[in-house]
Design a protein around this ligand. Structure first.
Ligand SMILES: Cc1cc2nc3c(=O)[nH]c(=O)nc-3n(C[C@H](O)[C@H](O)[C@H](O)COP(=O)(O)OP(=O)(O)OC[C@H]3O[C@@H](n4cnc5c(N)ncnc54)[C@H](O)[C@@H]3O)c2cc1C
Length: 379
């Protein structure tokens, strides 16, 4: 099933093992910057950018010469098994910059993407607003044409890398009213543009995130990505390429949780016997293993289809839904197997339990994946 160069996956594993404890001891911003510097220096960020724009050559793994979803899945599964920030900081480089790869002018791509591929420039992807989450057509941030420029006005929330990013790819309304998906366009917005303001906040696991306000930001005409009105399509194409990798990250958390359960139940004795001798707990391990394996197979199916050039809408939704829900359950069982240690701050399973939760929410909630699947079944 594995297609990534073995040395690349070994490097991700080596990095994870080396940095897991160090990252846990740093504050959030320092840990995020350390994680990105490490994945950048190891050459992993190059796999988030197409080869023609300064990224790694996939040797034909992705039919359209784009980034390979299978390689990113293998990297995310590995990194997420050690620390969520290694995983998040890697993938945000791809998610935040992909609209530039899809819709940027040659000059903009040449200016922006090679630095993303080394980790020197941090990317962010700004779709969500206080009034537009699952329903992106409701975006109300506005971009109005003023001569050769655009003036951007609005408020985004839950934006990963807010405050760290060198640039944001922003979905904004250029025509119509909230609810009209065809009136949306995508823009490249550098972090140092006048009128951009960030308010960071915290979520339950380390993850740089916050609100981003645009108050009359003036953007040159060439910062429009793709055509006017094509913004929702660019956003959905980007999500279509990266969503399966969320499922792979969930598998990394689940794989680690299962390993932690096996180790703890094998070592711990109660009632004069090892915990692994109790059938109820053995059944748990078997169930965790089956769900993880099923999730890995679904990820492989979806990632292979996207790499082959298919939209694979149903396969991607199935993988994201099943893997993230399964990982939530597996991490929960691992906490239970550790008893009190499972909720003691600093234990691995306590961290996994917090890190895995958001995966059922971002890049399309579980409910949205069910709607996508049902639509495919009923069409
Ligand atoms: C850690 C984290 C990182 C994030 N990073 C980014 C980022 O970098 N960029 C970005 O743009 N966004 C980001 N997000 C935002 C994320 O994509 C949204 O939170 C997500 O799309 C859900 O939107 P919402 O929070 O507004 O929930 P809502 O859309 O308000 O949904 C609330 C609940 O209602 C359910 N629901 C909604 N509609 C339906 C329906 N039709 N049928 C059934 N159930 C429904 C949802 O599934 C959910 O359970 C991030 C979120 C988190 C938690």
């Amino acid at each position: 099933m594995n297609v990534a160069p073995p040395a690349l996956v070994d490097e991700a594993r080596r990095l994870g093992a080396e940095l897991e404890i160090e990252l846990a001891g740093l504050d959030e911003e320092a840990a995020a910057r350390r994680a990105l510097a490490a994945v950048g220096a190891a050459g992993l960020c190059a796999w988030t950018v197409p080869a023609c724009d300064g990224g790694a050559s996939t040797g034909g793994l992705a039919a359209d010469d784009s980034v390979s979803v299978r390689v990113l899945c293998e990297l995310r599964e590995e990194l997420a098994s050690f620390h969520g920030l290694l995983d998040v900081m890697l993938v945000m480089q791809g998610l935040g910059s992909h609209p530039v790869a899809l819709g940027g002018s040659k000059a903009l791509r040449a200016e922006v993407l090679p630095a993303v591929a080394t980790g020197a420039s941090i990317a962010a992807f700004a779709l969500t607003e206080p009034g537009a989450g699952s329903s992106l057509a409701d975006v109300s941030t506005r971009a109005e044409r003023k001569g050769e420029h655009w003036i951007l006005e609005g408020h985004k929330t839950f934006i990963s890398n807010a405050g760290l990013a060198r640039f944001y790819t922003v979905l904004a309304r250029t025509s119509g009213a909230p609810g009209d998906g065809e009136g949306l366009s995508m823009f490249f917005v550098p972090d140092d543009v006048w009128g951009l303001d960030v308010e960071p906040f915290e979520v339950i696991a380390p993850h740089p995130i916050g609100d981003v306000h645009f108050r009359g930001c003036e953007l040159p005409g060439e910062f429009l990505l793709g055509d006017e009105g094509q913004g929702l399509e660019l956003a959905l194409q980007t999500l279509g390429r990266f969503r399966t990798t969320v499922a792979a990250a969930a598998n990394g958390c689940a794989r680690r949780a299962l390993a932690e359960s096996v180790a703890r139940l094998s070592a711990r004795e109660q009632f004069g016997r090892r915990l692994t001798s109790f059938q109820g707990l053995r059944f748990d391990l078997a169930e965790m293993d089956v769900r993880l394996r099923a999730a890995q197979l679904l990820v492989h199916e979806a990632a292979s289809a996207v790499d082959a050039g298919s939209e694979a809408t149903a396969e991607v939704a199935r993988a994201k839904l099943f893997a993230t829900e399964a990982a939530g359950w597996i991490c929960d069982r691992a906490v239970q197997h550790h008893g009190g240690l499972g909720v003691k701050k600093g234990s691995v399973v306590e961290r996994l339990y917090r890190e895995v939760r958001a995966l059922r929410i971002y890049e399309g909630t579980s409910e949205i994946q069910k709607l996508i699947l049902a639509r495919a079944l009923l069409s």
